[in-house]
Design a protein. Structure first.
Length: 256
């Protein structure tokens, strides 16, 4: 494995959650990747297509890590996305859409804390604990849950938000290859953050050309901010820009 890797998300030392059917989750992720790849490739200028088509995207069945990264493997250009990241996207989208105001971020924080605890359990050889779904965790009534799922607009919104987030994350990792970031590791935090900002900008342009809009990337940033606690504002000692900085850039790209 080539050590020159650039992560849009972070490799988690802990388990994010435990899934009832990891193989189904993997197949669902593969389906989203196929669509996201098509979205990216059909919205690139001809001079970028040759390089972009060389990039191999892999879905990794790993509930224990939130992997989304770009790397080299010999002469191959690789992007990997894990089921752990994919499931966490579902947690975030579902919480924001399905929970009353004030509970969504608390639920996201719960899933992250439980994920870390499961990581410790796994390291000790213990059985991890299943992370509760949003309605069970919030102790909402069955009628509330049923009404949510019966509303077709909720399902459509969820599907679009999840797919849009995966597409933005994938486009960001494509950018690291397309812009030459993977060939040479950055030598400073400033250079690393510059690479990440450039990748965000490249991904935003692709999403805009696809008439999808880059704002779906905000769902991923919500997760990163929760993972880093105060990183929503502060970016010290981090290879990626502060999440609030990235959100501002995404909003600017959307409005302009």
């Amino acid at each position: 494995m080539n050590c020159a890797t650039f992560c849009f998300t972070f490799l988690l030392a802990s388990s994010i959650s435990v899934f009832a059917d990891s193989l189904q989750t993997l197949e669902d992720l593969k389906d989203r990747i196929v669509f996201a790849k098509r979205l990216i490739l059909t919205n690139l200028p001809p001079d970028q297509l040759t390089t972009a088509k060389r990039i191999e995207v892999r879905a990794i069945n790993s509930a224990n890590s939130g992997i989304v990264w770009a790397r080299r493997e010999g002469d191959k250009y690789i992007v990997e996305l894990s089921t752990g990241f994919f499931e966490q996207v579902f947690h975030i989208v579902g919480a924001i859409r399905g929970l009353p105001p004030g509970l969504a971020l608390k639920y996201i924080d719960y899933t992250i804390q439980e994920g870390r605890a499961n990581g410790v359990r796994i390291a000790k050889g213990q059985t991890p604990i299943l992370v509760k779904g949003i309605f069970e965790w919030a102790k909402l009534s069955q009628s509330y849950e049923q009404a949510f799922f019966n509303d077709t607009s909720n399902r459509v919104w969820d599907d679009r938000a999840v797919l849009g987030t995966v597409a933005f994350a994938l486009a960001h990792e494509y950018a690291h290859h397309m812009l030459g970031h993977v060939k040479k590791a950055p030598t400073s935090l400033d250079e690393s953050r510059k690479h990440e900002a450039e990748a965000d900008a490249w991904a935003s342009e692709v999403m805009l050309r696809a008439d999808v809009g880059p704002f779906y990337g905000a769902f991923a940033f919500i997760y990163f901010a929760e993972m880093d606690c105060d990183a929503l504002i502060h970016g010290e000692n981090r290879t990626h820009p502060a999440d609030i900085t990235r959100l501002e850039a995404i909003i600017s790209a959307t409005l302009n």
